[in-house]
Design a protein. Sequence first.
Length: 334
Amino acid sequence: MRNKLFLIVFGLLVYCTSSAQEFAKGADVSWLPQMEATGYQFYDTDGTKKDALQLLKDRGMNTIRLRVFVNPSDDPRSGHCSKEETVAFAVRAQKMGFRIMIDFHYSDSWADPGKQNKPEAWKNLPFDKLAQALYDHTFDVMTALKIAKVKTEWVQIGNEIPGGMLWPDGSTDNWKQLGILLNKGYDAVKAVDKTIKVIVHVDEGDNIEKFRTFYDNATEQKVRYDVIGLSYYPFWVKKDYTETIANLETNLKDLIIRYNKEVMVVEVGGEYDKIENTKALLEATIKAVRALPNKKGLGVLYWEPQGEKSWSGYSLSAWLPNGQPSPALDAFKN
């Protein structure tokens, strides 16, 4: 009996360890509940209706990333993603076997390099109260996920923040305050679950100087984080991936050595109507991250692959006009 118990416990430990080390292949699909609510139908390649999450799983994905807004509108494309909706969606994804990443935008709508708008409710707070509001919001969402028995593996503190977040207070023009805000988010996550890996996320993954500038400053301010998150979109810098993939590889290696951190491409995308090119882009990106030494490359996530253009207006989805997944997503099968 004792030997049997030992084997069971040992087996569970091996399973948990191997699961945690498994390469993350996945997507941010935060639009999906709204797409379903508006009646959008998803189909497999044989024309049968199927859950979009199952279609992604069938193509090798094992991870789902979900964004969180503070007090969002009910606009189907730029709203939703409240705490309650995010928790419900995370429960659904986890039940299907997906690993979970949460992405805090700290805004009522999109936060990205061009805009980092404060939530309306935080707009006039003095800095100390703003930092506390960030902590409380983060702690609240993470606690709700824990109560719902969602095991979150990764949490982003901010979304694409090369210029900082919660402008103007947390701008990179004031790195001291940005450092305080990032550490408040880190502390809130770890207060709920110390095992969650905290990500700090910057865009233009092929731009080594942008990353050195940001993370050198983060180091100087003693910012606490576990993983460096990168976006990689050759489209937005008006180049083909063949012109930028070597720079991505160089930057990934530099980040690991320079900051002694794990790295993860948390957003990638190609043009929906250039299927072969997008598939090749994904294959090259996955290969670059997998090849990093000591398993420091954690994974690659597509941004809104199911966000078909007729519904979203987004050209970098990976879905066909007939509601079927693009063959480009087969890159995740390997």
